[in-house]
Design a protein around this ligand. Sequence first.
Ligand SMILES: Nc1ncnc2c1ncn2[C@@H]1O[C@H](COP(=O)(O)OP(=O)(O)OP(=O)(O)O)[C@@H](O)[C@H]1O
Ligand SMILES: [Mg+2]
Length: 214
Amino acid sequence: MIVTVGNTKGGVGKTTLALNLAIARAIAGRDVWLIDGDRQGTAQTAITVRSEAGRQPRIACAQYADGSTLRAQVQQVGPKFQDIVIDAGGRDSTALRAALVLSDVLVVPFAPRSLDVWALADICSLIDEARSVRDGLRAVAVLNNADASGQDNEEAVEALADFPQLQYLATPIRRRKALANAAGQGMSVLELSPKDGKAVEEITALINAVFNSI
Ligand SMILES: Nc1ncnc2c1ncn2[C@@H]1O[C@H](COP(=O)(O)OP(=O)(O)OP(=O)(O)O)[C@@H](O)[C@H]1O
Ligand SMILES: [Mg+2]
């Protein structure tokens, strides 16, 4: 399956979630390819940190910030892998547009904040465009950096009704240090020691919702 984690809004947790998805699938025994489609290259850097630490499983990772290269590589090399996870950078780019046309699923992380919700209009127009080229892109929105309490999570989810392109996945990821700590070591929260059980639960629920419920 080809999954893109994308949102034209920056800093919403795309790289963090892409790393967790890719590593979790590799732990589950799948042949996984993580593609960093962002010029910043933070997913690639995290995987370099991981491989320098000798951590298993090793994750195949490549960086293609240019859309036509990304498309050509996925078409040529992609069939060798069972799952491809693309981290597509925090702005409109040729890499993001190419990824949307290639993907089975787009995961759109967003924070429970008005500015984040309003910004979804932009990625939704790219979803429309990708669907006009190739039918069948499933686009799901997931709350990331969700609050531990208060009304903001709920209100943000209600505001999603303005974006029929996006299916809401009721598997929010709360703001948890474990996610930031793990990503900084090129790890998934599934591998972190000591374990943050709640982070593991949330990421596992997200992965099941993305990969197992087409
Ligand atoms: N659920 C979370 N809990 C705590 N920290 C988080 C969470 N998700 C992301 N972060 C932190 O938020 C920051 C932004 O996350 P990340 O780099 O994954 O976002 P991004 O969407 O890939 O950003 P960019 O648009 O710059 O590529 C990082 O410092 C990351 O560690
Ligand atoms: Mg990123």
